[in-house]
Design a binder for this molecule. Structure first.
Ligand SMILES: Nc1nc2c(ncn2[C@@H]2O[C@H](COP(=O)(O)OP(=O)(O)OP(=O)(O)O)[C@@H](O)[C@H]2O)c(=O)[nH]1
Ligand SMILES: [Mg+2]
Length: 200
C-alpha cells in the first residue's frame, strides 16, 4: 500500500445478535399421583412453582392412595418449571392437576402447548385413559411415559399400548420421574414429535 492510498476500512465483526431461546410450552399430564409434580421438579432449572395442597381425610377416601402411601399432597392448580434445552430453545413445563374434579383446568393449561407427556402408572392404568383421550381428541402431539415406580413396570410396553389403545405413532417409553436425565429424554421425545408435526 502506497502512502497516498486511503487506509482500508477496518472491518468490524458484526456483533452477533444474542437472541433469547425460543420459548416452547409443554404439558406434563396424567392421572392422579402418577408423578407429574415429581417430574417437573426433577428437571426444572428454576425452583418449580407448585400448587400443592394437603390431602385431607375426605379426599383420601376419594383418591386412590394405596399405591403411593407416602403421598401427602396433591396439585390443585398446576406445576410450573422450565428447562433450557440448548441456546435456541427453552421448554416451559406446565403440569396438570391429577384429580378428575380439576379437569376444567386442563384447557387453560394446555392452551398453546406444542405437545404433552402423559405419565402412566401401570398399576392404575384406568386413571390414565382420560389424559390419553384428551390429547388424542385434540390432536396434540403426545408421548406416553410409563413411570417405573420402584423400578419395575407391571406390564410390557406392548401390553400398555394395547390397554391404553394408543396408536403406533404415539411413542411409549419407560422413565423415572425422579431422574433428571430420564425426564429430559422423555421431553425430547415429545419435542421431536412436535417438530415432526410442524415440519421443523
Ligand atoms: N417409587 C417412586 N415413587 C415416585 C415416583 N414418582 C413419583 N413418586 C412418588 O409418588 C407420589 C406421587 O408423586 P406426585 O409427583 O405428587 O404425583 P402427581 O402426578 O403430581 O400427583 P397429583 O398432582 O396429585 O395428581 C409422591 O409421593 C412421589 O414421591 C417414582 O418414579 N418412583
Ligand atoms: Mg401433582
Amino acid at each position: 500500500m502506497t502512502p497516498t492510498e486511503p487506509a482500508a476500512p477496518v472491518a468490524t465483526a458484526p456483533v452477533a445478535a444474542v437472541r433469547p431461546p425460543l420459548p416452547v410450552k409443554m404439558v406434563i399430564a396424567g392421572g392422579f399421583g402418577v408423578g407429574k409434580t415429581t417430574a417437573v421438579g426433577s428437571i426444572s432449572e428454576i425452583e418449580p412453582l407448585t400448587t400443592e395442597a394437603a390431602i385431607t381425610e375426605v379426599a383420601a377416601g376419594v383418591d386412590d392412595l394405596s399405591h403411593t402411601p407416602s403421598k401427602t399432597t396433591t396439585t390443585v392448580a398446576m406445576d410450573f418449571g422450565c428447562i433450557t434445552i440448548d441456546p435456541t430453545l427453552k421448554l416451559y413445563l406446565f403440569g396438570t392437576p391429577g384429580q378428575e374434579r380439576f379437569g376444567f383446568m386442563w384447557d387453560d393449561i394446555v392452551e398453546g402447548a406444542v405437545g404433552g407427556l402423559v405419565i402412566v402408572d401401570t398399576r392404575r392404568l384406568d386413571d390414565c385413559y382420560a389424559a390419553v383421550d384428551y390429547f388424542e381428541h385434540r390432536q396434540i402431539p403426545f408421548a406416553v411415559a410409563v413411570n417405573a415406580f420402584d423400578g419395575k413396570v407391571e406390564h410390557t410396553l406392548e401390553e400398555v399400548r394395547w390397554a391404553l389403545d394408543v396408536a403406533e405413532r404415539v411413542p411409549l417409553i419407560v422413565f423415572d420421574a425422579r431422574e433428571r436425565g430420564s425426564v429430559r429424554d422423555a421431553l425430547l421425545v415429545v419435542l421431536e414429535l412436535a417438530l415432526e408435526r410442524t415440519g421443523g
